[in-house]
Each structure stands twice: as C-alpha cells, then as structure tokens.
Design a protein around this ligand. Structure first.
Ligand code: GN1
Ligand code: MG
Length: 358
C-alpha cells in the first residue's frame, strides 16, 4: 500500500503507521485485502480496498449491509454477520483520494481455505451460505439494491459475449475458435433458464453471489462453519446463484486456473456433502421450481463463468487480472470442461439430490 495513503486510511480508523503492521492477504480477483495488526496486541482487523471500477457505487454495498445487519440483529441476534466497522467520524467506509476503504473485524481461531480437502468442508460451507439466505427469507428484498446490476443475469452475460465476439479482432477469435463454438452450442442453458424465469414460485431471495470456499470462515480446529465473508455481492437474486457457484468451485480438486484439463473431474462425495449442507438449511423454504432447478444451477453458473472468462479474453482482458494473455481463455476452457463433467455425471448427481429432498 502506498505510504501516504496508508496513513490517511489508518487515521480514519484511529490507527497510525507506527502502531500497526499491514500485510496483504487473500486471493480474490477484485478487491485488495490486508491484515491489520495493532502492535500493542489488541484485536486484529481486515482492511479492504473496494474495487470501484467493479463496484461503481460502493455506498450501495454499505447500505445493503446496514439494512441486513439491522434485520439480523433484531431477528437473530446471535448470528455472526461481519459488517464493516465505522470510521472515527461514524462513516461506513473511508473515502480517501477517490478510493473506498473499509475495516472489518478479524474473526479469531478461524481459517479461510483456497481449496477443499474434505467433504465436511463442503457440508459446512454450503450450510453457512444456506443459513444466510434462510435467515433472510422474510426480509424484504426490495429494500436492497444491486451492487453490480445484472451480475448473475445470464441473458446479459450472453449479450456481452455476443458483443465482444462481434468486436474481437480475427486473430483473437481464431485462438478461441473452439470455446466460441462451445459458448454458442450451450445457449440452450440460457433458453432453459428463460423458460423458468417467469414462474411464480421462483422468487428473488437474498443471495451471497460469491460462494467460493475462501468466502467462508471455518473453525481452525474442528472445521465447523463459523460465518460467511466477502459480502459485496449480497443482493437480491435467484437461489441458483449460490448453490450453482458452490458446484463450480467445490466439486473439482483443481481451480478455474488449472490448465491440465484431464484433472477437471467431479468429486461425488463433495457434491453429496454440499447438497446435504445446503438443504439442511434451505430445504424447508425452497419451492417446487427451485427444487427442480438444483442441478441446473451448476450448469447455469459454470456456463456463465465460462462466458465471462471468454468474453474478457475477446475484449483483451479488461476485467479479470491475468498473468499471461491467454489466461482468461484457459480459464474458459477449464469451465467448459467442468460443464461437460456435470453432464457426464448427471444421473448420479440427480439421484443424490432426489435422495436428499425426500
Ligand atoms: C470474482 O474476486 P473474487 O474472486 O471474489 C468475481 C466472481 C467470479 C470470480 C471468479 C465481483 O470474484 O463473480 O466468480 O472472480 N467477482 C466479481 O474467480 O466479478
Ligand atoms: Mg468476491
């Protein structure tokens, strides 16, 4: 962090550079996250710089979190909701030199994982995300605003892909020929979604929208779920967002950055555990349509992420940071392979869902 900026940000929260140490942590692609440790040995904090080219109105995030936190402290006062701490001036964020910063409590004795190594972790994480949506089942979603409009709107993501395709230079399209074909060939996923989207029992719910494993804190000894973090994309959405992104990120032992596609396989015990964990919270509130769409949610989100990576490659890598120019194309290949794995295992996965809905 740049030195002058560091002292201004710290002083907004009553700290100085002399009495703290700051280290960058986290692996997110969007925000920058730091661990702030007061030298006097008090509690640690998480300091985060909000990426305001992605979150164009950071105040919307702050207002959403305030409304949800007020609701939860009234209805479920024991629920651990990690909301930003106020600045010394009572603001929900520090706005310094056109940048937005926030300070969060650091939750002791917990860990955040980048990869899952046991099905129990899948169960616990899925349960935590399910719990958040269940506790907010009666919360009025209309009191929230979208922090990124159209974030999980597959029709919009498809339109963005089509636009990028129309504009991309020929040599870029040639490299992505096979993935462009994959994207076009899977458009039926969008059509299928549209055929469901107007059903009455397909409500907007409060969804987290970024349910990867590193966004859950687990007890460092027992690996029991403690709470969810990274709350920027909490906003109204469809239930398929969260369970779908868990399928995208929990089932394979390797991440979206893996380039050896022979490693992209689905781990059935992890699927079973995440379904059990999610349904342990959500089963009582899911509607008939939602139950029908559980496996589809994986297809929906994986396809959308493949489109997003491919679109970014066609656009010249404007959104996701890359280490090399074809990395977003490689990520798209990885996601299309994962989509294929879901199709190959469909019968077994559907049977597990059916067993757990009974
Ligand atoms: C971004 O920064 P991170 O890793 O939390 C993205 C998600 C994608 C993910 C893919 C705001 O999340 O939607 O699924 O990358 N978040 C935003 O790695 O675009
Ligand atoms: Mg995130």
């Amino acid at each position: 962090m740049e030195l002058n900026l560091a002292s201004e940000v710290l002083s907004a929260y009553g700290f100085t550079k002399e009495d703290t140490t700051i280290t960058q942590i986290g692996t997110g692609l969007i925000n920058r996250t730091y661990l702030l440790t007061p030298l006097a040995g008090q509690d640690k904090f998480i300091l985060q710089n909000i990426n305001s080219s992605v979150f164009k109105s950071p105040w919307i995030i702050a207002n959403n979190l305030k409304a949800i936190s007020a609701y939860l402290s009234l209805h479920d006062p024991d629920y651990l909701f990690i909301k930003p701490l106020p600045t010394t001036g009572g603001m929900q964020m520090a706005h310094i030199n056109e940048e937005f910063w926030r300070l969060l409590p650091f939750v002791p004795n917990t860990i955040s994982l980048d990869v899952l190594s046991t099905p129990k972790q899948a169960f616990e994480a899925a349960k935590q995300f399910g719990k958040l949506s269940r506790l907010l089942d009666d919360f009025d979603t209309k009191s929230l605003q979208a922090t990124i409009p159209g974030f999980h709107d597959l029709a919009l993501r498809y339109a963005q892909f089509a636009k990028a395709l129309a504009k991309a230079p020929e040599f870029v399209k040639v490299q992505a020929e096979k993935q462009i074909e994959d994207a076009l060939n899977h458009k039926h996923i969008l059509d299928y979604y549209i055929s469901y989207s107007h059903r009455n029992d397909f409500p907007d719910r409060v969804m987290h929208h970024d349910t990867k494993i590193s966004n859950v804190l687990l007890d460092e000894k027992t690996f029991d779920g403690v709470c969810v973090i990274d709350l920027d994309t909490i906003m109204p959405g469809k239930f398929i967002s969260d369970i779908g992104d868990m399928m995208r990120t929990y089932l394979c032992a390797f991440s979206e950055n893996e380039t050896d596609l022979s490693l992209i396989k689905i781990r059935i015990p992890y699927f079973e555990a995440m379904i059990k964990g999610y349904l342990s919270e959500m089963k009582s509130i899911l509607t008939a349509t939602e139950k029908e769409l559980i496996l589809f949610s994986g297809r929906y989100i994986i396809y959308m992420q493949a489109l997003r990576f491919l679109t970014d490659f066609l656009n010249g890598n404007m959104y996701y940071p890359v280490n090399h120019v074809a990395q977003n194309l490689d990520r798209a290949k990885n996601q299309f392979k994962l989509l294929q794995e879901i199709a190959i295992n469909e019968k077994e996965l559907q049977d597990i869902i059916a067993e757990n809905l009974n």
